[in-house]
Design a protein around this ligand. Structure first.
Ligand SMILES: Cc1cc2nc3c(=O)[nH]c(=O)nc-3n(C[C@H](O)[C@H](O)[C@H](O)COP(=O)(O)OP(=O)(O)OC[C@H]3O[C@@H](n4cnc5c(N)ncnc54)[C@H](O)[C@@H]3O)c2cc1C
Length: 450
């Protein structure tokens, strides 16, 4: 019924109704959800308004979707819904004189920097998925990336957003007054559908230096991070990967990574003054060596690119160890890093499951990945271990998500992390902007106080 109404309002080209077509819109990168009732491919904001109004009248839930590269089940419908996939809304206007861009939500993240480059500008937020993920998905998750330690996350580059609320009204929200734009950023499609964003562009640094340091034990790498930052270095990027990741990536790329090490750090320093960039790299080198690390400084841009290729290959190469993974995304205070990575390693050992750890360690953002084979390992055990890992973060004063969102994957853990008063406030905001609960239901907020 809703599919027919959407088709007659928007035209057949913009609405997918065939079962095979709908099947491909059930999932994100980690989870498979319910079969959508229809898939809408809007071409402009007016199409989104029409869709939302028809769904509101028919009382049908709506799930926004970008590239479906999400890692928390956000774009996978939790129940029968209409999926609004923004992949045709790819208009991007550049305003170099203002160092700004206006992007529709379906613009692929890397495209913003590619298009800004001829003007000597760059869009710094750089999720590892930047060649597939979209600006809409990045905003909805407040995506981060290696560059974010020094440069900030997606939300720091958003000056204004356009969104369609649950009643079909269009709003333009800047970062003033109540920072309504900030409320929508990171709301995982539960408060409104983002149809455009004014983005801040930056100038790229003139100089960059890169080093990799490897350590016998994972906690040493974490201690080196705290030491480097305490010594005054502000690296542009500060990433880590543990032994399981090193082995997986080496098996995949074969570029001579230190596979017997307990962990490795990848560090970039950058800026417009070459001397300062080198001084900062030396501070980082000294910190790594003081913690027992073996340091390799990239001699040139090609060597640096090889090292970063290793970092970007972690996700695809983990599939070589086990076919499935549950990707955690905790953030802990930097002072607790060493203890946290050791505790998580131990938890994996006790559970008899492979846990690979990597992440933006400079921000305290860790991605412990539980690798498993559903034919041999129980999904209950995987879920229980994910819960244990979440509790480690909470116990050390951390949070459940740094960039991947809560989605459906960590929704049950929210009651461990958020007190009852805060949860009540979150629900009040949700009910104010989406009174009937039609926008991406069963995500982010647990039902406890609904
Ligand atoms: C290999 C790999 C590496 C990754 N690396 C990183 C990383 O370094 N940093 C990081 O932050 N993430 C990373 N991710 C996770 C993922 O890429 C990000 O969460 C990304 O922001 C999702 O964008 P998307 O377009 O794929 O969104 P989707 O997965 O399609 O959707 C994500 C969420 O956004 C909502 N949504 C999408 N579009 C809209 C819209 N227009 N309006 C409202 N809600 C919307 C969806 O409902 C869903 O809740 C990685 C994923 C993979 C597979």
């Amino acid at each position: 019924m809703i599919a027919e109404r959407l088709r007659s309002a928007l035209g057949a080209r913009k609405v997918l109704t065939g079962k095979a077509e709908r099947m491909t819109y059930r999932h994100d990168a980690i989870q498979i959800g319910a079969l959508p009732m229809a898939v809408v491919l809007p071409e402009d904001t007016a199409d989104v308004v029409t869709t939302v109004k028809l769904c509101r009248d028919a009382n049908v839930p709506i799930v926004g979707r970008g590239a479906a590269s999400g890692l928390s089940g956000g774009a996978a419908p939790a129940r029968e819904s209409v999926v609004v996939a923004f992949t045709r809304m790819t208009k991007l206007d550049l305003f170099p004189e203002r160092r700004e861009a206006w992007a529709q939500p379906g613009v692929v993240t890397a495209t913003v920097s590619e298009r800004a480059k001829p003007f000597g500008l760059v869009y710094p937020p750089d999720p590892a998925s930047w060649r597939t993920s979209t600006i809409g998905g990045n905003l909805a998750e407040n995506a981060g990336g290696p560059m974010c330690f020094k440069k900030g996350v997606t939300g720091d580059y958003v000056k204004e957003i356009e969104f369609v609320d649950a009643s079909g009204a269009v709003h333009r929200a800047a970062r003033d007054a109540f920072d309504l734009a900030g409320l929508l950023i990171g709301s995982e499609g539960t408060l409104g559908l983002i149809t455009g964003a004014r983005l801040r562009l930056d100038t790229p640094p003139a100089f960059t230096r890169t080093l990799m340091a490897h350590f016998a034990e994972v906690g040493q790498a974490a201690q080196a991070v705290s030491r480097a930052i305490a010594s005054g270095a502000v690296p542009a990027k500060l990433e880590f990967m543990d032994r399981a990741c090193l082995g997986a990536v080496e098996g995949y790329l074969g570029i001579g990574l230190p596979v017997h090490a307990g962990a490795a750090l990848l560090i970039d320093t950058d800026g417009d003054d070459e001397e300062t960039v080198t001084e900062e790299l030396e501070l980082a080198r000294a910190a790594c060596e003081a913690e027992g690390g073996t340091v390799r400084v990239a001699a040139n841009a090609a060597e640096a690119e090889d090292l970063w290729r290793a970092r970007r290959a972690i996700s695809p190469s983990l599939g070589r160890i086990r076919p499935h993974r549950m990707n955690e995304d905790i953030v802990v205070p930097r002072s607790a890093l060493a203890e946290v990575v050791r505790e998580i390693e131990e938890l994996g050992r006790e559970a008899g499951l492979v846990v690979a750890q990597f992440g933006h360690i400079g921000d305290g953002n860790l991605h412990p990945n539980i690798l498993y084979d559903p034919k041999k390992e129980s999904s209950d055990a995987v879920h229980a271990l994910a819960h244990e890992i979440a509790l480690v973060a909470v116990r050390h004063g951390g949070v459940l998500s740094g960039e991947h969102g809560i989605g459906s994957m960590k929704r049950d853990f929210m009651t461990d992390a958020v007190d009852a008063v805060t949860m009540d406030v979150l629900w009040r905001v949700k009910r104010t902007l989406d009174p009937r609960g039609q926008l991406n239901p069963d995500k982010l907020l647990p039902e406890v106080s609904a």
